[in-house]
Design a binder for this molecule. Structure first.
Ligand code: GDD
Ligand code: MG
Length: 352
């Protein structure tokens, strides 16, 4: 089994801490190690090869530094000149493997997740392996417990139909990032899983489905790989060809459309640490439900996240507010609105 770590996102919802040149996967947001280091370390068990990494070429030195610091290694890196989202990133990795005669199971892993229960993760992986070996495309599904709008929602046929091995359930409906009203309905129904963004399938199965559902991405990625430059275990993705590649996520381009999708449930203390509210979720709180970091005084405030980074930050009479201070920027937002921090980043990009 070949783990493929996707680490090319910019983590814009965690601005101002996460920056384009130093995005969230390379930050120690939940402990001493960065999310990227935790992701690589989680794979150190029998039967798992060293990971293949797909990331932005600007990040290659951060990656190497973070691997060396923990005595970790990868089997290779695909270095993108710019992001075209996850469908092309997975396609390039799958094409490289097939080209090398290694049509094996690929375990797709985002670089920005927390998984608390390693044993539970390995148990789900074993069930997923049975299904993927039979040609299925497995999504790891987290039972949906709150109306997060930043996730994909999946309903399954839980009756054991669909001729699938134990633990795998056929996908009936997949809705990527619904609005709040729909997300609320999905959670209330109790029938939905969140898409964890982790997948398991054979490289050639993914490529067949991509060809079927998004020929443009398939063709452009194939042309891109042919023109890309190889340097030892690194592949420098050709910018001119890759620029013509449509920007789309694996969820929209393939997983929502394929008939081969099935879910293996994962209950392993998963959190995608994608927004300031998930950072608040995963941290220990004080007696008022506040998560405080740095030089902070919080008075008469509840369920806030206050992140100081040099200056003294004082807050008074706030509920459910996120305050993040860095050297050159400061953000104050309501906790219910933090999915939209990326809108702030888009406005800044438009001004530059
Ligand atoms: N190499 C590469 N290139 N990696 C990328 C790119 C890219 O262009 N874009 C994103 N990634 C990486 C990110 O670094 C992250 O590790 C992973 O791919 C997923 O991308 P996100 O941008 O974080 O996706 P998301 O959080 O909005 O949504 C996905 O994950 C959710 C769970 O965390 C979807 O799969 C949702 O359905 C899912 O619920
Ligand atoms: Mg994410």
């Amino acid at each position: 089994m070949i783990p493929v770590i996707l680490s090319g996102g910019s983590g814009s919802r965690l601005w101002p801490l996460s920056r384009k040149l130093f995005p969230k996967q390379f930050l120690a947001l939940t402990g001493e190690q960065t999310l990227f280091q935790q992701t690589v370390e989680r794979l150190a068990f029998e039967g798992m090869q060293q990971p293949l990494l797909v990331c932005n070429k600007e990040h290659r030195f951060i990656v190497k530094e973070q691997l060396t610091a923990r005595k970790l290694a990868v089997q290779g890196m695909l270095l993108e000149p710019f992001g075209r989202n996850t469908a092309p990133a997975v396609a390039l990795a799958a094409m490289k493997l097939v080209e090398e005669g290694r049509d094996e199971l690929m375990l797709i892993l985002p670089a920005d997740h927390v998984i608390e229960d390693q044993k539970a993760f390995q148990r789900s992986l074993a069930l997923a392996t049975n299904a993927a070996e039979r040609g299925e495309m497995v999504l790891f599904g987290i039972p949906a417990t709150r109306p997060e709008t930043g996730y994909g929602y999946i309903r399954c046929d839980m009756s054991g139909g669909g001729n699938l091995p134990e633990g795998a359930n056929r996908v009936v409906q997949f809705v990527e990032k619904p609005d709040e009203v729909r997300a609320q309905q999905f959670v209330e129904s109790g029938d939905y899983f969140w898409n964890s963004g982790m997948f398991l399938f054979r490289a050639s199965v993914f490529l067949e489905e991509l060809k079927k559902h998004d020929l443009d991405i398939f063709d452009t990625c194939q042309a891109t790989l042919e023109r890309s430059h190889r340097n030892g275990d690194e592949v420098l993705i050709d910018p001119a060809t890759f620029a013509c590649c449509p920007d789309d996520s694996i969820d929209y381009a393939v997983m929502e459309k394929t008939r081969l999708a099935c879910v293996v449930p994962l209950s392993a203390g998963w959190n995608d640490v994608g927004s300031w509210s998930s950072i608040w979720e995963v941290h220990d709180k004080d007696e008022n439900g506040n998560v405080i970091k740095g030089d902070v005084i919080a008075e008469d405030s509840r369920n806030c996240l206050v992140h100081g980074n040099g200056k003294l930050v004082t807050v008074l009479g706030l509920d459910d507010i996120v305050v993040v201070e860095t050297k050159d920027a400061m953000m104050v937002a309501h906790k219910d609105k933090v999915q939209d921090v990326k809108k702030l980043v888009a406005r800044m990009d438009a001004q530059n």
